[in-house]
Design a protein around this ligand. Structure first.
Ligand code: DX5
Ligand code: ZN
Length: 218
């Protein structure tokens, strides 16, 4: 079963509470929160205080995608703010195994993200430790970009790698997902799908969420 994680990056920031209610009522499964520091990626978004202020407004789990340098330094703050799962980028972690332990030691789920140009081998030695792997299908930094087509093959290779080891690890895909390509992404092996602009820029969010889920499993 496909889970949908709307990215609030494309939501109306002046009305976040209502925007979150809309996707929760529409049947989405978790809230994808993109944290950007202006260093690792060329954009700045939000931090722990905003996340904390949203925590009691929804029952949806908080899926926090950290696109920041030195993530170790901030993990405790994001956990305290209400993160249920924290994703760090392999490109930002010199001691990736240590960072994963740090997240899990806080009692929440840990995930690692790979940029489109980063090979799967970067997570080979930590795969057993992970709850989820996030494959970026655009270069991170902005919503509304186009999915890079050869990432589909990368999703399929990751799925094989996980299955061959008999592991149960979620595969999340982030960037450029829309009604047309969600089926291929799900078929390649992703089971948690992030969608920002496809959901929040749509004029009928409940209908779009329903169709995304239908198309994914058609
Ligand atoms: C990109 C972010 C994504 C982005 C997805 O850097 O990590 O979560 O908001 O937005 P769409 O679905 O519009 O590509
Ligand atoms: Zn993201």
């Amino acid at each position: 079963m496909i889970q949908l994680a709307p990215s609030i990056l494309s939501a109306d920031f002046a009305n976040l509470e209502q925007e979150i209610k809309k996707v929760e009522e529409a049947g989405c499964d978790m809230l994808h929160i993109d944290v950007m520091d202006g260093h690792f990626v060329p954009n700045i978004t939000l931090g722990p205080p905003i996340i904390k202020s949203l925590k009691n407004k929804t029952k949806l789990p908080f899926d926090v995608h950290l696109m920041i340098e030195n993530p170790d330094q901030y993990i405790a703050q994001f956990v305290e703010a209400g993160a249920d799962i924290i994703t760090v980028h392999s490109e930002t972690c010199i001691h990736l195994h240590r960072t994963i332990q740090l997240i899990k030691g806080c009692g929440i789920k840990a995930a690692v993200a790979l940029n489109p140009s980063t090979p799967l081998v970067m997570i080979e030695n930590v795969l057993e430790e992970l709850d989820m792997v996030l494959l970026m299908t655009v270069n991170p930094g902005f919503g509304g970009q186009k999915l890079i087509p050869n990432m589909l093959e990368k999703i399929a290779r990751l799925k094989r790698m996980i299955d061959e080891r008999g592991l149960k690890i979620d595969i999340q895909v982030d960037g450029g997902v829309n009604l047309e390509n969600i089926k291929q992404i799900a078929e390649a092996g992703a089971n948690i799908i992030v969608a920002g602009s496809a959901i929040f820029n749509s004029t009928d969010i409940p209908e779009t969420v329903k169709r995304l889920k239908e198309n994914a499993s058609s």
